[in-house]
Design a protein around this ligand. Structure first.
Ligand SMILES: Nc1ncnc2c1ncn2[C@@H]1O[C@H](COP(=O)(O)OP(=O)(O)O)[C@@H](O)[C@H]1O
Ligand SMILES: [Mg+2]
Length: 442
């Protein structure tokens, strides 16, 4: 922890020197030389900032930009000097850029402020600086900082220079925070206490699922080293379809587990928000982070996405269609793995299904698979002597999700009666209940 804050302190001390020298030189109308502003600080190698600078091979100019974006958060008064007025014109200096904050009392840097520090009046250096704000730059790829889009018609560099909250967190504490679900971040990480060995799938389904794992492990290698990037569109889009409770969500979760990637489930009900434009911004946030972090994006109950686009009768329908079109485009362009799950197949627009690299049908488990599911979920020591799981598995066609419900019901009955074992009759009652839900009888 101390290393992290020490690194930030050293970096900001250096930024302070750069700022002082820059102002001095500006008023003496000299060119700025970053090297003249004092030696680049040596940061503790164990610090998050030190590690980042080495890994991304940040140049001194890039370090200024990053430190500048962090400064208002860490040394709020540091930039106040830039509020200085131009005596001749009785107004601020245009070349310092900057914004007056609403709540915060200090000076908030813009792209212009960064240009002032690193380029001064050197046009070539100013143009070179623009690369820092490209979508392909490490700053954007790793969601460290961004330049806010300026008001229409204003110069690009007049947008605010913003450090991301994740970057702050990461550089101050050394740990990346897993973002929390919110309206601004409509995705939630999913995990499971189950492991790969608990997954019960027919061999051909398992084989398709293994293809997905292989892409996660070897996709980059194939695209780059085999040169397949010339022939193949980046990314991998899979559709999991089949009856409820057959393990679609579980499989998506476990793929992430075995290939060591986080799986984020996107809540579609949050996608179509009332506030025009907000949704796109929120989704963009999810896709951008997913891209830099190698997340698997999972859209559960994705049917809403591929239904035939409804006629837009109201402004709201029109808006919803627009958001969906945007989302589909992002899904299609996403260079990582996207898994969509649906309980129905007939719903899926044919034009859309052509865009999947893989369509995996999750059938109802057969009797043998059902027996494995029963046995895995209920340990033998919790079975009364009269329980015949084989018989239950043979007789009743149920998906894994339904079997789990039956077991929950029966186990609750048993513990309420003060027993540690479930009885056959309790399992039967649970079964009847579960079948009734599906409109079937025992
Ligand atoms: N094929 C399966 N293998 C192992 N467990 C399963 C399987 N299918 C369902 N389950 C159990 O049922 C639960 C619900 O399954 P889920 O993955 O949510 O189904 P779906 O997403 O297809 O509706 C799982 O968490 C797991 O406990
Ligand atoms: Mg599910």
């Amino acid at each position: 922890m101390q290393d992290h804050t020490l690194a930030l302190t050293l970096e900001l001390d250096w930024l302070q020197c750069v700022l002082d020298r820059r102002l001095e030189q500006h008023f003496q109308q000299q060119d700025l030389d970053l090297a003249a502003a004092g030696p680049l600080p040596e940061l503790p190698p164990g610090s998050a900032l030190g590690e980042l600078i080495v890994r991304l091979q940040l140049s001194p100019a890039e370090r200024v930009v990053l430190a500048l974006a962090l400064a208002p958060h860490l040394r709020p008064a540091m930039l106040d000097l830039l509020f200085m007025r131009n005596q001749n014109l009785d107004r601020g200096f245009t070349e310092f850029g900057g914004l007056k904050a609403q709540g915060h009392g200090g000076f908030l840097p813009t792209g212009e402020t960064a240009a002032f520090l690193v380029a001064g009046e050197d046009l070539a250096a100013r143009v070179a600086l623009l690369a820092c704000f490209d979508a392909g730059h490490a700053f954007a790829r790793e969601t460290l900082l961004s330049l806010e889009t300026p008001a229409s018609g204003e110069p690009q560099l007049s947008g605010a220079l913003l450090a991301s909250s994740e970057a702050l967190q990461r550089l101050c504490s050394g740990t990346a925070r897993k973002p929390d679900f919110s309206a601004q971040f409509p995705a939630k990480r999913i995990s499971s206490p189950l492991g790969w060995e608990d997954l019960v799938l027919a061999p051909e389904v398992m084989d398709e699922v293994q293809q997905l794992c292989a892409w996660m492990r070897e996709g980059a290698h194939l695209m780059q080293d085999w040169g397949l990037a010339r022939a193949l569109k980046p990314g991998y889009r899979a559709l999991f379809h089949g009856p409820p409770g057959t393990g679609k969500t579980l499989t998506a979760t476990l793929i992430g587990q075995v290939v060591e990637a986080d799986v984020y489930r996107i809540d579609l009900s949050m996608v179509v928000s009332k506030y025009i434009g907000e949704t796109e911004k929120n989704l963009a946030r999810v896709f951008d982070q997913a891209q830099s972090r190698r997340w698997i994006l999972f859209f559960d109950e994705a049917d809403a996405l591929f239904g035939k686009r409804g006629a837009a009768n109201t402004a709201n329908d029109h808006h919803a269609n627009q958001e969906i079109a945007y989302l589909l485009q992002r899904v299609e362009d996403f260079p990582g793995m996207v898994i969509l799950a649906s309980n129905l197949r007939s719903n899926i627009d044919e034009a859309f299904s052509r865009r999947f690299q893989s369509m995996v049908y999750f059938p109802m488990p057969d009797a043998e698979q059902r027996l494995r599911l029963w046995q895995q979920m209920l340990a033998p020591e919790h079975l009364d002597a009269d329980v015949d799981l084989e018989l239950l598995a043979q007789r009743h066609e149920l998906a894994g999700g339904a079997i789990a419900n039956v077991i929950r019901h029966a186990a609750l009955k048993a513990v309420r009666a003060g027993r540690q074992q479930v009885r056959m009759q309790e399992l039967r009652a649970g079964l009847a209940r579960e079948l009734r839900k599906e409109g079937r009888t025992l």
